[in-house]
Design a protein around this ligand. Sequence first.
Ligand code: SF4
Length: 318
Amino acid sequence: MLIYTDYKENRLQRRLPIPDSTAKLIREQQATVRAAFPHSKPAQLVLLPAATANLDGTKPLRARVLTNIHRTWVDRLPEFVLSDGGVFPASTVVAYAYRHSYAQRHADAGTPIDVLRELIGHRSVHSTEAYYKITEARTRAAVNRVAQHQFDGAGNRIWRNVTTLSDSERTRMRVGQIAVPYGVCTEPSNVQAGGGACPFRFRCLGCGHFRTDVAYLPELKAHLDRLLADRERVLAATELEAWAKEEATPSDIEIDKLRALIRRVEAHLDDLATDERDQISEAVNVLRATRRTVSTVIDLGMPTRPAADPRTVRAAGR
Ligand code: SF4
């Protein structure tokens, strides 16, 4: 937990959950500053001390100096090439933009709005809502794109001719299906029951109500691995009677069908042109993020530490 002062809103003792990697970086910087000012009380030291007129390490680096150091660092990085071949403008990479990126990535990852509002310290939820509108627009585009690459359990394409879903089609897709471990179920009574009332003992691969898409490829493969491991374990078990063993063993038909479905989805992806595959891959990332169940603390990744910059070292008081 990072405990900090929100000077903008004049709020003390704000708490921000941070991943271990960020905490480690901060502790290393604290150790550097303490070593540089051994005669000052640690509680009075600032994390980024000013390089001049700062004998006791209590004077912070001015924002303008930090901005300049950051700009030099960004300008030294290689170009930010986007998946469509365009170049992301380095001039827009400013320190304050990290706050927006942080909030947007949380919204994209499905963090509840009240949690995000607390994390970024908005007094009004209306300010936080803007991030979810962007997420919604991205998700719509991703659903449109991935919908064209949906399959049933037998490997047949479902929406072959669809290019753009209308709002009503998208809504129907949302309310007319429920998630199962490696796809979705469209069986009305099961959907109405929230997914807990499958009339067919969850034999999804052989069920006409099952759908999957390219975004579920990792889950399909994981399920295949699980079935193969289960089969080995059950076959090796000595404590099971023959009938129980037979019932507990995943069937060869199920394993073969799953293998065929995985091959079908992979072959379909291979057949796409490179740019279309890249677009699908981007859409899949968006969908997987919104499908993921998230906890409050998400490691959203930090820039890796650049090689020691002489000005940074000087700023730390060495
Ligand atoms: S077996 Fe069919 S009805 Fe049951 S959960 Fe799977 S897709 Fe739905």
